[in-house]
Design a protein around this ligand. Sequence first.
Ligand code: GTP
Ligand code: MG
Length: 208
Amino acid sequence: MMNCFLDGTKIMKITSAEFITSVYPKDGFPPDRYPEVAFAGRSNVGKSSLINTLVNRKGLARTSSAPGKTQSINFYVVNKSFCLVDLPGYGYAKVPQQVRKQWSPFIEQYCTSRESLRGVVAIIDARVGPTPLDVSLIAWLKGLSLPIIFTLTKSDKLSKNKLVQALHQTAKSLSVKPDQIVSFSSQTGEGKKRLWQEILRLVGRTEP
Ligand code: GTP
Ligand code: MG
């Protein structure tokens, strides 16, 4: 069972995955050298874990069981060909107000000004479904005409039936079709192949 999910690696041979830089609100972004796809979602939803799973590197993006781990925008270049961009999580109430206030304008600035940004992977917890904050961020991204890859993660935490229900409810809240949503798990590798296919399409690359 697990092996068939891990076959996602077959679509995408990772020859290199390197950290480029971490950017904080007052820093400038790195040069627009590669097409890039960004990963957005609530704190603790599993954005950094998902990036690590995609590139088969456990510790490339820092992860934590405590929310609010990623507070900078982190750029990773894959196969010296395109970038995966880990965004800070939003919606975590315990982060000091001062820090929290900066997140939204920071993510906004990145999404509106980044020429090389080809699309956003919007990540939602399969157990929770889209929160009002997810819905409003996704509506805002749609308004920018940025392609969005909808992903329900932590699918390993749900039974098959509950997962199908979650896909339908999420599709309804986001006004998309259930088959437009990728169900994903960083633990089992489920959804990895499909997510790579969609990311490669956005960055205009095929398997090297
Ligand atoms: P911030 O950087 O705080 O915004 O969080 P994040 O969205 O990057 O989440 P992160 O990848 O750090 O993961 C948060 C927690 O969820 C960690 O304890 C992970 O091990 C766990 N986690 C992430 N993805 C999965 C998954 O697919 N399944 C399960 N069961 N746990 C997961
Ligand atoms: Mg993170």
